[in-house]
Design a protein around this ligand. Structure first.
Ligand SMILES: [Zn+2]
Length: 267
């Protein structure tokens, strides 16, 4: 009887410990991770006059001594695939990639959905009204925000050059045929003058639309010391508000831009 009692007490202690440990075990995170980066390979989209990404496999073999060894060489223009622009890109005294502190690359994501407008107009320019309509529904643009124009182009077509750029030609001949939406100069002027933003992003190869000749969107943004992010992936899966965008560029000394690993976290 005495023995049974001891077992009963021991059983209860073990049970209590199990319950306590279960309760104290870390709660599974509710956050979702969204990788918003396109891979660098032969299909990566570059400006028609830029040098594309190249990977050369140097080894990838078992050495004479019997162990495996693999290494590659890669080269590319700064501005291609999922990449960022530093202010120096279009502003003579602007900062280079290495002069921008890490924390500046992280901020709340504001997704402005203009997919339907871009479907009926390949040259569509985001307007101040589009920004105000987003705020009407979602509240004031939060401080340090990345303001993202969702055109639907990349999520539908990337890496199909003809459908993303408007042409599959390369070189100078391709420039007049570039056709994709972008930010209007007025929308950027409005954002840098009236809101506290980190930068702007788009799911096309450039924040200026394909038909732009003066690159005013770039010039106003870079002149205001703000950042740009181009060819952001998986925008169709990003919520309209509430996500945090992490933009992690390669740390290129004196870089005017850089490939970036981009991801979002949201609940
Ligand atoms: Zn760029």
């Amino acid at each position: 009887m005495e023995r049974n009692r001891i077992f009963q007490i021991l059983f209860l202690i073990v049970l209590a410990l199990c319950v306590t440990l279960t309760c104290k075990s870390p709660q599974k995170s509710q956050s979702q991770w969204l990788d918003m980066t396109y891979p660098y390979d032969n299909n990566t989209i570059y400006w028609p006059t830029a040098k594309p990404f190249q990977l050369v496999k140097l080894d990838w073999k078992v050495s004479e001594a019997g162990w495996w060894y693999a290494s590659n060489e890669f080269s590319a223009s700064e501005h291609g695939g999922t990449h960022v622009d530093a202010p120096i890109h279009f502003s003579e005294n602007g900062r280079t990639i290495d002069q921008i502190p890490l924390e500046e690359w992280v901020g709340p994501a504001v997704k402005i959905d203009v997919v339907h407008k871009c479907e009926s107009n390949r040259d569509y320019l985001l307007s101040v009204e589009d920004i105000l309509a987003w705020e009407e529904e979602n509240g004031h643009i939060p401080g340090k925000a990345w303001v993202i124009m969702f055109t639907g182009i990349d999520s539908k077509y990337y890496p199909d050059k003809k459908n993303v750029l408007g042409t599959s030609k390369t070189g100078e001949d391709a420039i007049p045929d570039l056709r994709f939406p972008g930010f209007s100069p007025e929308s950027i002027e409005y954002l840098v003058s009236n809101r506290n933003i980190t930068g702007i992003a788009i799911d096309t190869p450039s924040i200026d639309n394909g038909q732009s000749k003066d690159f005013l969107a770039h010039r106003i943004l870079c002149g205001a010391d703000k950042l740009a992010l181009e060819n952001i992936a998986q925008l169709d899966k990003l919520p309209v508000s509430g996500a945090t965008l992490y933009v992690i560029p390669m740390l290129i000394k004196e870089g005017t831009g850089s490939p970036a690993r981009v991801f979002a976290l949201f609940n």
